[in-house]
Design a protein around this ligand. Sequence first.
Ligand code: DAH
Length: 354
Amino acid sequence: MDDLREKYLKAVADAADEAALEDLRVQAVGKKGEISLKMRELGKMTPEERQVMGPKLNALKDEVNSALAAKKAALADAALDERLRAEWLDVSLPGRPRRMGTIHPVSQVTEEVTAIFADMGFAVAEGPQIETDWYNFDALNIPGHHPARAEMDTFYTHRAEGDNRPPHVLRTHTSPVQIRYMEQHGAPCRVIAPGRVYRADYDQTHTPMFHQVEGLAIDKDISMANLKWVLEEFFSAYFGAKVRTRFRASHFPFTEPSAEVDIQCSWEGGTVKVGEGDDWLEVLGSGMVHPHVLRAAGVDPDQWQGFAFGMGIDRIAMLKYGIPDLRAFFDSDLRWLRHYGFAALDVPAVHSGV
Ligand code: DAH
């Protein structure tokens, strides 16, 4: 019995895993285990012998069983310790940085422009980029034979053979939104209309798609003086410094009188600075809305009058943020976007200084 005891206690102590322990349990105390068989022999013994051997065998069986249980628990603990060590994680490590996208300068400037005009009471209007011949030209007092049509390098859509209706165009300016807005809302009104426009032209300062913002203010007594004040207010807020403007008499079919507006700037070492110096830079066209245009939009020119202007968004983005080449705006070059783009939370506001 001492041999049995020694044999199994040592084997249990040496068992490497749960499977080995189970084998040992079957061998020792299973149905046909060595200790179980010995207990069966008790029946053949004399009562005296049984009285001595019975308790001893029971004690041996208990001892082996509890050794098995203790070893099983120890193996489970060791496995858990091993897992805890292997799966250790430093929750204080910094996160892996992820590249974030940026806001395109055109989007940023559109937001800035919108915020400034909103502060002066202008709502925002939109119109379609594929426009009818009527809204893009005729309603704006540009009849079919007018040279302005040819000058605008218009993209025309395709008409089926035999379909003689004038083709739709990719709008060449945001001015048609004036007509659409007045048709829907009448007068008085005060809106800007930012958006994409298209002309077949491509060089360092021209791309076939670019952005304009249209302005329109109609009421009983709006004059060129209001136009000048609004634009100077806008440029000063946008460039963050007092900017002088110069109005030059010009001609647009949709305004009378018409003026091109320059802003004060300086040229030093090939870079332009707005709001200082003695040079002038042309940034927009403007004027008093032509009576034909008001009438085309269903507004009575004997009662109402007002100003309109159209300005290049990309142009003023280049000026404010020192971006030299317009074409790069639309190349989708990641390096350019990371350099000139804005953080998503860099929300423009009139007085945020951005
Ligand atoms: N539509 C003109 C252009 O694309 C810009 C313009 C000039 C808009 C005078 C106006 C305006 O509203 O009054 O060149």
